[in-house]
Structure formats: structure tokens, C-alpha cells
Design a protein around this ligand. Sequence first.
Ligand SMILES: Cc1ncc(C[n+]2csc(CCOP(=O)(O)OP(=O)(O)O)c2C)c(N)n1
Length: 212
Amino acid sequence: MQRNKRRQPAIDPEHALHLLKEMLRIRRLEEKCAELYQATKIRGFLHLYIGEEAVAVGAMQALESQDAIVATYREHGHALARGVSANAIMAEMYGKVEGCSRGRGGSMHLFDAATRFYGGNAIVGGGLPLAVGLALADKISGRQQVTACFFGEGAVAEGEFHESMNLAALWNLPVLFCSPRCGICRCCFAARTISTPWARRSAVRSRRPIFA
Ligand SMILES: Cc1ncc(C[n+]2csc(CCOP(=O)(O)OP(=O)(O)O)c2C)c(N)n1
């Protein structure tokens, strides 16, 4: 096959630079959070998104400002990429009233209705039915919005994953389910928590993720 030398890159350099800056903004914020956590300035739990920044930044590009977002407890990057300010996120880490959840949520429960960022959820899989509900509300109200729902592979073994997928398909709801391919549920291989023969075969033997 002949290569088309005149083919343009998929994204222009300016846009690529913007995406890189967004990813670095997340990385720097989280590195600071890790430092403050180790110094016990930030208390409670702290789950970092380091290495996954491209997932949030890339997905946000396809969304409009009125679309809704639901994320996991590893959601600092999603919040920042969505437009929640770094100051509001950091204040939330410190439990301050100036935080985006008025200091009541902390790292795992960032929330900002103004940007339609509906959390931050400590419960594995807990965001999926919320996303389906938001999409249902949009659909019933005749709004053209999409709800993007980020989750980890650990959620796949949860009952609400199946309930949410079923209802989203049954009612043809505008939900975008986004899960990174890493094959690991925080501290164990996905293949050890999911029973499908294909998942076990492909992920245990080659340490590859369960879904393509
Ligand atoms: C319903 C529920 N069960 C168990 C836990 C404990 N838990 C915290 S993180 C985690 C693994 C989640 O893995 P995954 O969803 O893949 O996310 P990752 O941390 O790998 O990004 C579990 C089981 C929880 N928070 N919620």
C-alpha cells in the first residue's frame, strides 16, 4: 500500500499542545496532592490518576459543556479536565468550605453542578446507575445531552454494571461508558475477579485486559 505523504495529522499541533498541557496540569496537581498526603496535610483516602490522564483529557474533547460527567473515586483528573478549578479541588482535599463539595466530600467526592460534574464516587460501580439516571432525565426532558460515565474494570463484577448496561440499551439512553484498558482492579488482576472463560484465559496468561 502506498503511503499518502500529503496526509495531514489527525490533530493539529496547536490542539495537540493543548491536550498535552491539560494532561500535565492533572499530573502536576496530583503530584502535589501526593506530596501533601505524605505530609499528612491531606487526610482520608487519596487515589491518583497518574498514567491515565489521556483518558479523561481525550474523552472531554468529544463532550460539550452541557453534557454530564460521572466518574470514580480516582476522579481528580476528570474534574480538572472538565473545568472544575484547581483551587476548588485543592480546597476540597483540605476539607475547606471553599472546596467544590464545600469540604464535605474530600478526594473521592469532588462534585460541581455548574460544570455538570456529578462526582466522584467511593463505591465501585456506584456511578453507573447515576449516569443512567442522568441520561434518562435528559432524554425524558428532550435535552440533547450525553452523559459520560467513567469506571474501572473492577465495576464489571458489580451487579449495577449489568443493570445499568441493560437499562441503557433497553431505553436507548445517551450514555457513553468509558473504561480504561489496564486489566487491574486497584490491587488485583481483573481476571481474578471476573469469571468469564475468555477473560480468565486472555488476562491471566498474557496479563492482558479483559475487554478490547
Ligand atoms: C462496592 C465496593 N466494593 C468494594 C470496594 C473496595 N474497593 C476499592 S477500590 C477497589 C478496586 C476497584 O478497581 P477498579 O474499579 O478497576 O478501579 P481502579 O482502582 O483499578 O482504577 C475495590 C474492590 C468499594 N470501594 N466498593
